[in-house]
Structure formats: structure tokens, C-alpha cells
Ligand binder design. Structure first.
Ligand SMILES: *Cc1c(COP(=O)(O)O)cnc(C)c1O
Length: 384
């Protein structure tokens, strides 16, 4: 295979000549969602988080599958991500998890996008945009210890009263976010207790807020107390584990594989330096293969001299600095390796597997950063 045809809904759209691509298994996403559903039990809503191009997997394609699987809500980071979903025919409820500026209220009302409220800055814009009787759907974000957007939990009650008495707002939800779930049980318990306390004062004040949520992937898997009536998983939906002990609790299938092909190989004597900065010097006679992928594709410089790739079912180490468009690997121990061979950077080949979580750890990063860093230059091929 020397070219990649990427299909869109209306036929073949783009031909890619460079053999570097990501394969997205949409069935794996459906599988992971079913696993999460089974794990949390009945009666709890699911908001799947599809921000950052669905963690690199492709927002529109992934959201369509999730919508067809009946998720209750989609979570995005920005108004633009939400508008993109609407413009591609996604009708499921969409919440923007970030804080927005007044200029974004108009489009949210127009496209039925739910906004996060956590301050007074939007009230004028909301009144103006809802003068004609339309409404803005909103969730209030409460800060119980993340120190990011959100109204401090001690000050939240007055704010909730104010929002709930605004004519133009449908107050549909209230939520908080954990800063160290799965790692600091003491602090996470403090956060959930502060949130529960606030929810009970909301009830005492006869204010009804239908959706109450706190759980990211870690809390969805490991902290039932935080499920409330909606969970908000991202990472686990894509089949990655946020904690190395989780494979014992829930079975997930990684949905993304990152692949390329060897485009060049040469015999290399001892003492030759490989790539910029000469950080690798060959110790013996070997063969060095060049792969057409680099940091402009999201295969970061942090993988230099640290990551492995799979070739003919064997591991091969990245040698020297990853460059913008090309990466070298030592294939001296794989005598059959030749130009054109498929190379797996994330995923399975034979009995070997490179998981994004492990690749991340080797490079002092996290799986989140590895997958959402895969750039637009890498075509996504969807498997059903
Ligand atoms: C990204 C995000 C999530 C999802 O987090 P995961 O760890 O990927 O499950 C949930 N809630 C908020 C507010 C987020 O920003």
C-alpha cells in the first residue's frame, strides 16, 4: 500500500501519499462505553467528554457513534468545538466545560449549546440574547479544590439563587471537578463532601437542579460516591487507563493505533552519530531505519532515545532526537526489516503491544497528552 484513501460520508475525499496514519476503532469506543455503563449501574446519566478532537480520535466521527449509542450528553472544552458538532448534525445535548466570554452567548443560545456559569460576567449578554423569549441552558461550576474555573463552594449558594431566578436561564446542572482523584483520597473526600453539603443546601432552598455531576474517568471507575446522577468520563471511553491498577476493575480496548512505514534503511558502522544534537552514537555495526513521522505529527521530541516501536513483531528503539518530520529507529536485531514494512508506534503487532499509557510514562508524560497531541497532518482511518 503506497497511498491512503480517507473516505468521508460522501465518498473518497482525500488521498494521502505519505504512509503515516492513525486507525480509530469505533467498535472499541462502543465497547468501552458499554463497560462504563455496566460498571456504574442503572439510573446514572453519562456525559462522554469529546474535547480536543475527542482526545485525538476525531470529534465528529466519535460523537456520532456515542450519540447513536445513546449517551445522554457530550462534553467539550470550547464553544467552537460545540458549534462544530452542531454543524455536523449532532443533536445530543452539548456542554462547554470551559468558562466563556460574553461574545459567545449568542451562538450558544442559537445552537442550543449548554454553557458553564461561574461568575457574573455573562448576565448582561444572557439578558440581551434571551429578550425574545429564547433560553440559555446552563450548568453552574463549583470549585471545591481544583483552583481553575468555578465559583468557590462557600460562596456558591447565593450565586445559585441568582442564576435560578434569571428568566433567560434554564439551570439544568451543577458540577465540580477533582484535582487529584485516585491519588489523594483525603483531598478527594474533602471535595466530594463540600459538594454534597452544597447540594443539600440547594435542596433546602427548594431549588431543583436536575443534573449533578463530579466524576471524571478515575472517579467513574473508582469512586461510586461521586457518581451522583451523571458521570463525565473521557479517557476511559477511548480505552486508556488513568491508573495502572484499573485493568483489574474494568476491561477496556484502546481505540487508537498510530502507524507508519519504513521509508529508508541503511547499514551503519559503529561510531556514527544519529540525528540533531548527536545524542546517539552507534556502538556496533547495525541498521538504522528512517520513519516518516516526527514532532509535527505529534510524535514528540520527548520520545527521543526512549520510545520503542514495533516492526515485524519486534520492539525497536527510537535512536537520536525525533525531528519535525522523521524519526530513526535501530533495526540491527531485525534482519528481515525492509523499506515498506508497517511500523506500529501505538497499538499491537503480533504478540507485542505499545500502549499510550506506557509510551507516555517512558517519556515523563501522560496518555492524555500523547493522544491529543496527534496532529492534523496525520489522517484518521475509521474502522467499524
Ligand atoms: C477533561 C474533563 C473531564 C474528563 O476527564 P477524564 O480524566 O478524561 O475522564 C471531565 N470533566 C472536566 C471538567 C474535564 O475538563
Amino acid at each position: 500500500m503506497s497511498e491512503l484513501a480517507v473516505k468521508t460520508r460522501n465518498g473518497v475525499a482525500r488521498i494521502h501519499h505519505r504512509p503515516t496514519w492513525a486507525e480509530i476503532d469505533l467498535k472499541a469506543i462502543e465497547f468501552n462505553l458499554r463497560q462504563v455503563r455496566r460498571h456504574i449501574g442503572k439510573g446514572i446519566n453519562i456525559m462522554t467528554v469529546v474535547k480536543a478532537n475527542a482526545y485525538g480520535h476525531g470529534t465528529v466521527e466519535v460523537s456520532r457513534v456515542l450519540q447513536d449509542s445513546g449517551v445522554d450528553y457530550l462534553g467539550v472544552a470550547t464553544t467552537d468545538e460545540a458549534v462544530r458538532l452542531r454543524d455536523h448534525g449532532i443533536t445530543a445535548p452539548v456542554l462547554v466545560l470551559g468558562s466563556v466570554l460574553p461574545a459567545e452567548v449568542g451562538i450558544a443560545v442559537e445552537k442550543d449549546i449548554t454553557l458553564t456559569l461561574c461568575g457574573d460576567g455573562l448576565f448582561d449578554a444572557i439578558r440581551k440574547e434571551t429578550k425574545d423569549g429564547r433560553k440559555l441552558k446552563a450548568h453552574i461550576k463549583v470549585d471545591t479544590g481544583m483552583g481553575r474555573v468555578g465559583i468557590w463552594h462557600e460562596e456558591a449558594m447565593d450565586y445559585i439563587k441568582k442564576v435560578s431566578s434569571e428568566k433567560g436561564i434554564i439551570l439544568e446542572g451543577i458540577y465540580t471537578h477533582f484535582s487529584n482523584a485516585g491519588r489523594d483520597d483525603f483531598f478527594t473526600t474533602y471535595q466530594i463532601e463540600a459538594f454534597e453539603k452544597l447540594l443539600s443546601s440547594v435542596e433546602k432552598n427548594w431549588i431543583k437542579i436536575p443534573l449533578r455531576h463530579a466524576a471524571n474517568s478515575i472517579a467513574t471507575v473508582d469512586l461510586h460516591r461521586a457518581h451522583l446522577n451523571l458521570v463525565r468520563p473521557g479517557l476511559v471511553i477511548y480505552g486508556m487507563y488513568p491508573k495502572y491498577t484499573f485493568p483489574k476493575i474494568i476491561k477496556l480496548k484502546p481505540a487508537l493505533e498510530l502507524k507508519t512505514r519504513i521509508v529508508f534503511i541503511k547499514d551503519t558502522p559503529p561510531g556514527r552519530s544519529i540525528s540533531y544534537g548527536r545524542t546517539h552514537i552507534t556502538q556496533k555495526h547495525t541498521r538504522i531505519a528512517t520513519l516518516p513521522i516526527g514532532y509535527a505529527d505529534g510524535y514528540g521530541r520527548k520520545f527521543s532515545n526512549k520510545a520503542d516501536v514495533l516492526i515485524r513483531g519486534h520492539r525497536a528503539r527510537v535512536v537520536g532526537k525525533v525531528t519535525m518530520d522523521q524519526t530513526m529507529v535501530d533495526v540491527g536485531h531485525i534482519p528481515l526489516a525492509k523499506v515498506g514494512d508497517e511500523v506500529v508506534l501505538i497499538g499491537k503487532q503480533g504478540s507485542e503491544e505499545i500502549r499510550a499509557e506506557k509510551l507516555a510514562r517512558a517519556a515523563d508524560s501522560i496518555a492524555y497528552e500523547v493522544v491529543c497531541g496527534i496532529s492534523n497532518r496525520v489522517p484518521r482511518i475509521y474502522k467499524r
